[in-house]
Design a protein around this ligand. Sequence first.
Ligand code: NAD
Length: 502
Amino acid sequence: MSAIAQPQSLPPVPTPQPKGMLIDGQWVGAASNGRIAVENPARRTAVAEVPRGGAADVERAVAAASKAFPGWSRVVPRERGKLLLKIADAMEARAEEMGRLIALETGNALRTQARPEARGAADIFRYFGGLASELKGETIPLGEHVLSYTRREPLGVVGAIIPWNAPVLLGALKIAPALCAGNTLVLKAAEDAPLGVLLMAEICQELLPPGVLNVLTGLGDECGGPLANHPAIRKLSFTGSTEVGKIVMRAAAERIVPVSLELGGKSPSIVYPDAGEDWVVDGIIAAMRFTRQSQSCTAGSRLFLHADIFDSFLDRLGKKTAALKLGDPLDEASDIGTIINARQFGKVCGYVEEGLRRSDARLVFGGLPPKSGPLSEGYYAIPTVFADASNDWRLAREEIFGPVLVAIRWTDEDAVIRMANDSHYGLAAYVWTHDIGVGLRAAHAIESGWVQVNQGLGQTPGHSYGGYKQSGIGREFSLEGMLDSFTQRKNVTVNLNVPRRA
Ligand code: NAD
């Protein structure tokens, strides 16, 4: 079991007082007056309530965004960029408050995850703020007497839906590129983690005209469904599970609106025999996102270890992982926090139980969470590794979204690439070797949108990021991503050979 950092006296929890949903520059409740409780998963206590938005609220928000669109789309792009840069400054100034709020509602540890997420979200506004003058078109050489050029025009009102696992970062990744490109936005926060997103909305609203950004809180089917199906939405941008991604894509197909989908993953990490070293052990821990309870779409959750290093590597992986401190997310000493909610916690425990039941699985470390003591008060899952796994086990095929890693032995390179690709997902992948030729050969053969060689880091604004296969469609993290996902190209062709007037 990982070391336990639960202090004798728990750190004080923030007491958020969300103002409501943001519609047309106003803070409002749900038309139904319904509310949803937001829980602190470390203590299983409600810490705030937010409006339970529904179809009527979607209607109001889309109307506000539609009204704001003509004005916002005509703001000179660099002026839009300057506003995003001011938002970045304001987000940075409130990063500590934001980090604590994220830790409170997601259970992500403040030092290792929540604070970096708050700073990362500010950085996303800064990145896209600097790109506003890059919304360039092209001229097309059709001949001396023709002027043919393209314009990058915004799409209109964007409907965006986000998950809870990195709510503020993922929300910033919708707001910044959509607004930079001249669209207006209706964003639905995840029901489990709306507080940080509402604080971000408050920061943005101090600088934006009313209606440009609207933020709703509510449940998936009650609020996300009407948003995905609203006839005035001109673009859908969804981050979440593959299952719900298919529902959103069906809604987009119904009206032929463009859709970007950032979905789930079951990403492979392949360690070659020359890389059985400590820095790779550290890299595997980072790639598996153990300090985010592995609630990450890019978690390298299938570990393919070469047979020559299999046992010694796992031994060191166990020791290093055990040194990570599991504890209250708001405690600076904690490396690892909690799972988001009771449902996910039960699901993760179910996978661990399944591994423990299998006679052919070997538990290397971890196991079921403690049933007593301070950690039993929250949804604390223990990093767990099962060895001698097979790529066709349910544990190796399904996205667990929790800290359960399966280690699979390999000897033949072609066979390990086949196993890595034998998944309906294709989001991320990690390759570990000193031989760069081998590393690049593997990187090119793997069917994933993002392959890292010799590192297990998170996404950086500016790189092309997105899924292959059922891990998604489209890219949003970069300049090309913004242009492809949040603008449409218009061609204007002018005949210059018009006869002179007499
Ligand atoms: P989810 O799909 O259950 O929910 C995501 C969002 O969709 C929430 O806001 C939810 O309210 C909404 N929703 C649910 N049902 C809906 C419906 N019928 N219509 C419209 N909206 C609906 O996902 P989750 O559990 O919140 O997040 C975890 C998932 O997100 C994982 O699969 C993870 O891999 C994925 N994810 C992907 C990326 C990426 O960049 N590819 C990033 C983060 C998370």
